[in-house]
Structure formats: structure tokens, C-alpha cells
Design a protein around this ligand. Structure first.
Ligand SMILES: Cc1cc2nc3c(=O)[nH]c(=O)nc-3n(C[C@H](O)[C@H](O)[C@H](O)COP(=O)(O)OP(=O)(O)OC[C@H]3O[C@@H](n4cnc5c(N)ncnc54)[C@H](O)[C@@H]3O)c2cc1C
Length: 503
């Protein structure tokens, strides 16, 4: 049925696309040329058993086309392929490869730049329907259509938690493949360090598993190597006993900002013999119109100490809101929404060794910089501080294969500009500002011997080459693994978007 429907939808372009020269003359919705490769793929995909293929005239196309967090990601795929299971994914990837058709993959749709998870004029593969999960004693098998709240809900009855996203609707696959920062990295490492097995569809459509005893090289490569090797159809994640967590929400006025940064730096340096899992989302907001600054922490700690002990340095700072609670991970996460189509938004991210005075200077430079954007409609600037304590690095090293980052054994702070705005006319202005200011501050950090080069893909700008910051020997190994598992380059040549390993 789906096949017939799609064949009709394509009828108007099928003749034109029967030869490459004609193909480039046929315009698709959104003003893009429908190539013969893409026409081939869309037609073939629509024949797969229970998968749905949406064309621009399908009822759900418009809704699916914009299921992204960043409005800039709203593009016009020629068709949208919605497989229901791993076999259909495998058939689909084989077709895309054989037709030589460019495609993008969408998991939770939160990577925030145009083309990272959507495509103009190509095929968008969505994973919404792969939502099966299975809870075991100390692992959970998770389909790539799941959001982190789904995993948290599945584990709550078992008093367990996985190491994944901190906010409700972030997707499992994108976050896990790029590393994954959870509250508890200081004890359990990153999300990637907690993956026990990946089920993967390779570029030729074969299905393989990768774990510590089978396809070990691929297993390692997927721990931070992003979408360069295949499409992951199932993640098997380690889980941890976590019946209750202790939480804190605190806000601070401008007068508390230096102490806030100092408390963050102290927390990043914590390295206790019996690590207590704890971490938070630390942000500074500046309203360029009202000139009001506020800082906040949303912190979570394992156990039931109230207020949570690891946040004592924050609790000691005066501030309007101090809310402590003992709850479950599910209750804590249920209201941490990050809805789709929130705004146009750009990230910029750099690493530094923990240094309060320098981070305060960076914050001041950021605030001054925002003043130059005060006339941008809907400007929504946030300065984010992510902590990478030494325990997070150590936990990764202690797994069977380690991870692709191979960070030095030291704490770092990852500082980030997250800048939202309303109108497309301001895209270049805001992204250029974000890039130039963050790069110049990072260069100053280099001169001061405070900079570290690692860039986390989850919060990087589209202009940042995160892979270039990995150790050289790891890049070489990743390229060799890619050549072995995907010799035709389906995931480097045809799969658009995200962070790609250089040729
Ligand atoms: C509001 C917000 C909060 C965030 N919070 C956190 C946080 O707490 N911790 C953290 O570490 N990061 C966080 N991030 C960053 C987040 O990890 C990345 O945006 C991540 O890519 C989101 O995963 P996704 O599945 O939603 O992304 P998508 O945009 O769907 O995918 C990201 C990339 O992965 C590829 N991909 C998706 N699924 C697969 C698959 N199955 N196989 C192969 N490739 C695939 C896509 O093609 C795309 O290139 C946050 C981002 C936002 C916007």
C-alpha cells in the first residue's frame, strides 16, 4: 500500500529522473532538485514491508519535517523513511547504498545545526518507531527511537538508572554515540562508557553486533565516534542501583557569580577516595535589555543526603532560590522539557583547566559581547559550565576497551555559549559573533597555557572540528576501522550530518 502511494506521489518526477541529466531539471518541494539517485531510493524504500515512506504530499510529512529542537534544522527531505525494526533499517540502508542516495538520520532530533540530522532533497531516515526495550538485571536494551525519559521510566520500577541524557526529551542514539554527559559522570563515566553492546547496520546493509568480544574495534569506535560507522539499531546499557536521588535547584544574583564559578571549579577538582556520584547543569543567563544576570544550578546526587552534600559550596552562596529534595530520577526528570522548535540556536564550546579567575573573565567578556546583540529579536544567551572531573576520565579508562577520546587524567571545565534567537535574518550575525568571541577567548587561554583542546560534540558549534581534537593515533585507528566496516563509504559519503571523521 505504502509502495503504491509513494509511486503515485513520485509519478510526476519519475520520467524526468530516469536519467541523471533530466533528473537535475526536476524541482522538488523546497526548491531542491530531485536526483535520479534519490528518486530511486524513495521508490525502492516504499516497497519495504511495514515501513512508511512519506512524500511531501503525505499527511504527516510537514509534521515529521520539523521534529527538531533547533528551528534551523527544518529542511525539505525528498522523502522520509520510517522503518519499524532493525531488519527494515538494514533493507533501507542497502537500498540507499545501492541507489547511491544521500540521506540523514534522526534519533531524538536534538543536535542543533542545519543538516546534522535532516537533509534538503535527500532521504531522511527517522528512528521514532524503534522503541522496543528490555530490562535485565543490570542492563537495559534500548531502541534508538527512545528518549532518555523513556529509559528512566523503564528503569524506575527496578530502582535502577542508566547514564545518559540529563533532560527529558534528548534522544538516546545521538547522545550515546558522541559521548554523553550525565550528572554522574564523576563516578560512572560518560554514556559511551556504559554501553555494553551495540547492534549495528553497516553500510552494505548487514547487521552486526559490537561488544567486548565481537567486533571489538567497532565497539571501541562507537564509543565517541558518532555516526561514521553504521546505524545503531539497539544499545545495551549498563544500569546502576539508584532508588533515590538527592536534588538541588539554586539560583544566584549577579553578586554571587564569582562565588558560583568558584564553587563549580572546586566541584570539578573533587576526587575523593569513595566517590559520591554528583553533578549539575550550571548556567548563567544575561538579559541584555534589562541588564540582569542570574546563575543557576540544577544538581543531582546519588543517595538521600538533604541538602546534597557535594553541593555545599553552592548552598553557602546567598541566592533567591534554594530548593532541596529527595526523589526518584524519574520524578526529577519529568518536568525537564526541551521541546522541539524551541528557537534558532547556536553553540560554541571549549575546554580549560579549572581556573576561577579566568572563567570569570570569560564570563565578563561574554556578557559584554551580548550587549552588542541586544537588538537581535528574541536573543536568548546562556553561558554554560560543564564539569569534567578526573573521575569521569578514569571511569572511561577502566572499561574493557576505553573510549575514543582518551582524555588526559586531569579535571577540565568545558565552557559553552548557547545563544538562541528568533529570525533567520540574524543567523549569520549571531553564529559569527559566537564563533569569533569564543575562538578569541580560547586563543587567549592557549597563550595563558590554560586551554585544553578537546571539544565535546554535544555542545559544539557546526564550525568546530571535534574529531581534530582527538588524539592523532585514535583518529588513525578510527579511519582504519571505518575503511574496514564501510569500504564503500556509505556513512561518510552518503550519510549527511553530524560530526564526520575527515576522509
Ligand atoms: C536541550 C539540550 C540538552 C542537552 N543535554 C545534554 C546532556 O545532558 N548531555 C549530553 O551529553 N548532551 C546533551 N545535549 C547534546 C546532545 O547529546 C546532542 O544534541 C545529541 O546529538 C542528541 O541526540 P539525539 O538523538 O536527540 O540527536 P539527533 O539530532 O537525532 O542525532 C544526532 C546525530 O546522531 C546521528 N544519529 C542519530 N541516531 C543514530 C543512530 N541510531 N545511528 C547512527 N547515527 C545516529 C544523527 O544523524 C545526527 O548526526 C543536549 C542538547 C540539547 C539541545
Amino acid at each position: 500500500m505504502a509502495g503504491r502511494f509513494f509511486a503515485l506521489a513520485l509519478a510526476s518526477v519519475a520520467l524526468a529522473s530516469s536519467s541523471p541529466s533530466n533528473a537535475s531539471n526536476s524541482l522538488w518541494q523546497g526548491g531542491f532538485h530531485l536526483t535520479s539517485e534519490v528518486a530511486c531510493a524513495c521508490q525502492q524504500l516504499s516497497k519495504i514491508h511495514s515501513a512508511e515512506v512519506l512524500s511531501p504530499s503525505s499527511a504527516n510529512y510537514s509534521e515529521e519535517r520539523i521534529r527538531f529542537w533547533d528551528i534551523r534544522s527544518d529542511l525539505h527531505p525528498a522523502c522520509i523513511f520510517q522503518p519499524s525494526n532493525a531488519d527494515e533499517v538494514a533493507e533501507g540502508v542497502k537500498i540507499l547504498s545501492e541507489c547511491n542516495a544521500p540521506f540523514a538520520i534522526r534519533g531524538g532530533g536534538h543536535m542543533n545545526f542545519p543538516g546534522s540530522n535532516n537533509i534538503d532533497g535527500g532521504v531522511l531516515v527517522t528512528l521514532n518507531k524503534l522503541r522496543d526495550y528490555k530490562v535485565h538485571k543490570d542492563t537495559i536494551e534500548v531502541g534508538p527511537g527512545m528518549k532518555w525519559i523513556d529509559v528512566i521510566r523503564a528503569l524506575e520500577p527496578h530502582h535502577r538508572a542508566a547514564i545518559g541524557g540529563r533532560l527529558k526529551t534528548i534522544g538516546v542514539p545521538g547522545l550515546t554515540l558522541i559521548g554523553g554527559v550525565h550528572y554522574f559522570i564523576n563516578k560512572y563515566g560518560f554514556a559511551m562508557d556504559n554501553v555494553e553492546r551495540y547492534d549495528v547496520v553497516l553500510g552494505n546493509g548487514t547487521q552486526v553486533i559490537a561488544d567486548s568480544s565481537t567486533n571489538c574495534d567497532l565497539f571501541w569506535a562507537l564509543k565517541g565516534g558518532a555516526n561514521n560507522f553504521g546505524l545503531v539499531t539497539k544499545f545495551t546499557l549498563k544500569t546502576h542501583h539508584m532508588p533515590k536521588v538527592s536534588t538541588t535547584i539554586q539560583t544566584f544574583n549577579e553578586s554571587g557569580v564569582y562565588d558560583f564559578i568558584d564553587a563549580a571549579v572546586a566541584m570539578s577538582r573533587l576526587d575523593e577516595p569513595h566517590t559520591i556520584a554528583a553533578g549539575g547543569i550550571l548556567t548563567l543567563q544575561y538579559n541584555a535589555t534589562t541588564k540582569v544576570v542570574s546563575a543557576s544550578i540544577m544538581g543531582v546526587q546519588e543517595g538521600v543526603s538533604k541538602p546534597p552534600s557535594q553541593f555545599a559550596n553552592f548552598t553557602a552562596i546567598d541566592g533567591p532560590i534554594k530548593m532541596h529534595n529527595v526523589t526518584t530520577m524519574r520524578q526529577w526528570t519529568e518536568d525537564k522539557e526541551t521541546p522541539n522548535q524551541m528557537f534558532r540556536i547556536a553553540f560554541a564550546k571549549h575546554s580549560i583547566i579549572p581556573d576561577t579567575d579566568r572563567l570569570y573573565e570569560i564570563y565578563q567578556a561574554w556578557k559584554k559581547g551580548i550587549d552588542t546583540l541586544s537588538d537581535v529579536q528574541g536573543i536568548h544567551p546562556t553561558f554554560v559550565i560543564n564539569l569534567c572531573p578526573i573521575g569521569a576520565v578514569r571511569a572511561g579508562r577502566n572499561t574493557s576497551v576505553g573510549n575514543t577520546w582518551d582524555l588526559p587524567l586531569e579535571p577540565t571545565v568545558w565552557w559553552q555559549f548557547s545563544t538562541g534567537w528568533d529570525l533567520a535574518q540574524d543567523d549569520i550575525r549571531v553564529t559569527t559573533w559566537s564563533r569569533q568571541l569564543s575562538e578569541s577567548l580560547h586563543e587567549e587561554n592557549r597563550q595563558l597555557s590554560l586551554a585544553r583542546e578537546h571539544v565535546y560534540m554535544g555542545d559544539a558549534g557546526e564550525w568546530q572540528d571535534a574529531f581534530a581534537t582527538f588524539p592523532k593515533k585514535n583518529i588513525q585507528r578510527l579511519k582504519e576501522i571505518r575503511a574496514a566496516v564501510d569500504p564503500k563509504g556509505v556513512f561518510s559519503r552518503l550519510n549527511y550530518g553530524g560530526f564526520k571523521l575527515a576522509p
